[in-house]
Design a protein around this ligand. Structure first.
Ligand code: LLP
Length: 429
């Protein structure tokens, strides 16, 4: 056993789920399930989730929040990162709150069992039906993004007969650059999200003047996949002119390791930094909210594929049975992933792991090192829990992959693979 563990540590980087190891057969396993066997039993492509990994990261957040003591820190899972009901149920059971960004995510969060009071609704273009649904469900907080929304929400709460007030936050654009990819940086001044800092006082006044709305505090989110703590400390500083407020929501954004060379800050340090900056900059408050998405789910999942062909066209192309339909991130953001053959991890053969879609840009890993790949091999890419299932699509008629939870050697499908009937299901004849 001891040698196996050592070998696993030598071969599998921090990008893999916590339980990932190389078993006696020399194959990668996750949650005690052999990925090669899993592929043969349940098919590929598939998202394989280490259930315990997700739980342990939720607990890392909650433990760190507990250590902060008072004022209370609550942790909301950003549902957009992995909007699979079973994932939401797991985090609801762990005691997290839930951040949703649309009516659809709101429906998922409620169906997964989050108490409505622990749900926070975001969005820069919330529709009337979305707001109505949020009021009807009596969710904890609505995060107001713009003046039109104050008017729309004011009108809707004005019609209520129960006299209940809706608690709201105001989203500010803090002018703190997230130091990340431009497409996922949200805190800069020229952004489609939130109120410009100079408009925040007028927004506060407008909300306070609206009967039926109760202003609880402010929110800012600076971006995603942020690998240093420094920009996080700056959020509270930017919001300080609006203190005191009972509630501060400082968003998500903590980065993760997609490959061996990336070293994200620890969850505990992330929480401690935000809590300390809130205490120093924002003075007395009742509640600090954090909204991690990626940091809770990215590393707990690997995607498994079958290699369909291997050929040399200058580069050695290893083509698999998935691609931009199950992981859009390499194409959208130039995101980097690792790859390994699950039954022969390691190896030095330089190759390009390509998807099956009709686009030259459908490359999953441009510089992979594999052990002599052959058609029929099972290949995995680790750290695919965040924004992959979430952004999966049916390009080229691809059937979106299942989600398989693995724990203690048992695998269970928690979201089935799409079928051709699903592709036809919306047709009206
Ligand atoms: N809170 C708010 C208001 C957000 O907009 C987001 C993410 C989060 C929390 C969670 O951020 P996280 O902890 O996951 O960084 N599709 C992109 C990421 C988009 C993030 C959108 N907002 C990607 O694949 O990298």
């Amino acid at each position: 056993m001891a040698t196996e563990t050592k070998e696993a540590q030598a071969t599998l980087s921090a990008a893999y789920p916590r339980s990932a190891r190389i078993n006696a057969r020399g194959a990668i396993e996750v949650g005690g399930c052999d990925l090669g066997q899993l592929a043969r039993e349940l098919g590929t492509p598939a998202y394989v989730v280490d259930e315990q990994d997700l739980r342990s990261r939720a607990r890392a957040y909650l433990d760190a929040a507990q250590r902060v003591g008072l004022p209370e820190v609550a942790v909301a899972f950003a549902a957009k990162a992995f909007p699979c009901t079973a994932v939401l149920e797991l985090f609801a059971a762990e005691g997290l709150w839930c951040d949703v960004a649309s009516g659809g995510e709101l429906a998922l969060a409620l169906a997964a069992g989050f108490p409505a009071q622990r749900v926070i609704l975001h969005g820069n273009a919330k529709s009337r039906p979305e707001l109505e649904r949020a009021l009807e469900a009596a969710i904890g907080l609505i995060v107001i993004d713009n003046f039109d929304e104050i008017a729309r929400l004011g009108e809707l709460v004005g019609r209520r007969s129960d006299g209940e007030q809706q608690r709201v936050l105001i989203r500010a654009t803090p002018d703190v650059a997230g130091q990340t990819h431009a497409k996922i940086s949200t805190g800069q001044a020229d952004s489609k999200f939130g109120f410009a800092l100079e408009d925040v006082p007028a927004a506060i006044e407008a909300v306070r003047a609206t009967p039926g709305l109760q202003l609880r505090g402010l929110h800012a989110h600076i971006g995603s996949q942020i690998l240093s703590l420094e920009p996080f400390g700056a959020i509270a500083e930017a919001l300080a002119p609006f203190a005191p407020m009972p509630v501060w929501d400082l968003g998500g954004g903590l980065g993760v390791a997609y490959s061996a060379d990336q070293q994200p800050p620890a969850i505990s340090d992330h929480v401690a930094t935000l809590a300390a900056s809130a205490r120093e900059q924002l003075g007395e408050h009742e509640l600090l909210l954090l909204e991690p998405g990626r940091a809770l789910v990215a590393n707990g999942c690997v995607t498994i594929y079958t290699v369909e062909s291997v050929k040399r066209n200058v580069s050695l192309y290893v083509a698999v049975d998935g691609g931009m339909s199950d992981n859009l991130r390499p194409m959208l953001y130039g995101a980097r992933y690792e790859a390994a053959l699950v039954e022969r991890p390691g190896g030095e053969c330089e190759c390009v792991v390509a998807g099956k879609h009709c686009e030259s840009g459908d490359i999953i890993v441009p510089h992979a090192r594999l052990a002599e790949p052959r058609a029929g091999d099972i290949l995995c890419t680790p750290a695919t829990g965040a924004y992959t299932f979430a952004m999966a699509n049916n390009y080229n008629g691809a059937l979106r992959p299942p989600v398989i939870f693995c724990a203690e050697g048992t695998a269970r499908v928690v979201c089935r693979r799409e079928t051709e009937q699903d592709l036809l299901a919306r047709d009206v004849r």
